[in-house]
Design a protein around this ligand. Structure first.
Ligand code: KIV
Length: 274
C-alpha cells in the first residue's frame, strides 16, 4: 500500500503551464504557521533568502547560509500542503561552478522535499540552470535587481529605467528561459521592459516591483503586512500589523505590571485558599 499523501502539491510544470493563463500568486514564508496561511491562497511559497533581513536583521542577504535555508524550508514544508515550495539558493552556494550548484540544490531538495530552487543571475547562470534542469532540479530564475550582488551593484536601484539599458536584462530573460528555468522572478524593472520580457519569453514572469504586466506577482510577506521597518517603495501594504502587535505586547506588559494577569484559577477553576 502506498504511503504517499493523497494531497497533490502544485509542481514546477504546473506553474510553467500558467504562461499567459491565470496569474500566479506567490508570497514568501519562512515559518510553519505563516506557511499554513499563505498556502490557502498562493500557488507558490518562496522560502526567500530575504529571511536574512526579515528574521535575522542582516543588512543584506549575503550572510545567509545553506543550512539556514534548509532549516526554514523544512518548517514551510511542514506548514503547507498545496503550494509549490521554492527555496532560494543563498549567496556562495551555487556561483563557483555548475557542480557546486548541483550539490547544493540536491541537498535542498533531498533534505526539505521542496519542489524547486531559485537562483539569481541571467546569462551568466544559464549553463548552471541547464545543468540543474537536465538533472531533475526545477529552477526558478531571478533577474533585474539581484540583491545578492549588492556589493558589486552598490545600491538596491531599479533596473532598466532608460530604454538604452534594456538589452542586457532582455538577454538575461531569454538566456534563463532557453536554459530550462520553469519561471523567472523579474525584480525592480520598469513596466515597459517587464511587459516586453513577458511578451517575448516562453516561461512565466513573476514580478516584484515590476508592474502588473508580468504573469504573476511575489512580495515578501512581512513587507505587505506592514511588519518590516524598511519595505521597498513599490510594496503595496495589505495590512498594518506592526502597530497591532505592539499594542498587544503593551497590553500584556501592562497587565503583568499591574498584577491583572490571570492566574491558573482562571483556566482550571481553582478556588483560592482562606
Ligand atoms: O528572497 C526573497 O524574498 C526574494 C523575493 C524578493 C523575490 O527573492
Amino acid at each position: 500500500m502506498s504511503v504517499q499523501s493523497a494531497i497533490r502539491r502544485k509542481t514546477a510544470p504546473d506553474i510553467r503551464a500558467r504562461k499567459n493563463g491565470e496569474p500566479i500568486v506567490m508570497l514568501t514564508s519562512y515559518h510553519a504557521h505563516t506557511a499554513a496561511l499563505v498556502d490557502r491562497y498562493c500557488d507558490v511559497i518562496l522560502v526567500g533568502d530575504s529571511l536574512g533581513n526579515v528574521m535575522h536583521g542582516f543588512e543584506t542577504t549575503v550572510p545567509v547560509t545553506l543550512d539556514m535555508m534548509i532549516l526554514q524550508g523544512h518548517a514551510v514544508m511542514r506548514g503547507s500542503q498545496h503550494a509549490l515550495v521554492v527555496i532560494d539558493m543563498p549567496f556562495g552556494s551555487y556561483e563557483a561552478s555548475k557542480e557546486q550548484a548541483f550539490h547544493a540544490a540536491v541537498r535542498i531538495l533531498k533534505e526539505t522535499h521542496c519542489g524547486a530552487v531559485k537562483l539569481e543571475g541571467g546569462a551568466r547562470m544559464a549553463e548552471t540552470i541547464a545543468f540543474l534542469s537536465e538533472r531533475g532540479v526545477p529552477v526558478m530564475g531571478h533577474i533585474g535587481l539581484t540583491p545578492q550582488s549588492i556589493n558589486t551593484l552598490g545600491s538596491f536601484r531599479a533596473q532598466g529605467r532608460e530604454e538604452g539599458s534594456w538589452e542586457p536584462i532582455e538577454n538575461d530573460a531569454r538566456a534563463v528561459a532557453q536554459a530550462g528555468a520553469f519561471s523567472v522572478v523579474v525584480e525592480a524593472v520598469a513596466e515597459p521592459l517587464a511587459r516586453k520580457i513577458t511578451e517575448t519569453i516562453a516561461i512565466p514572469t513573476i514580478g516584484i516591483g515590476a508592474s502588473a504586466a508580468c504573469d504573476g506577482q511575489v512580495l515578501v510577506l512581512e513587507d505587505m503586512l506592514g511588519l518590516s521597518p524598511r519595505a521597498p517603495k513599490f510594496v503595496r501594504r495589505y495590512g498594518n500589523l506592526g502597530p497591532m502587535i505592539e499594542a498587544a505586547i503593551e497590553g500584556y506588559a501592562t497587565d503583568v505590571r499591574s498584577r491583572a494577569f490571570p492566574g491558573p484559577e482562571h483556566v482550571y477553576g481553582m478556588k483560592a485558599k482562606g
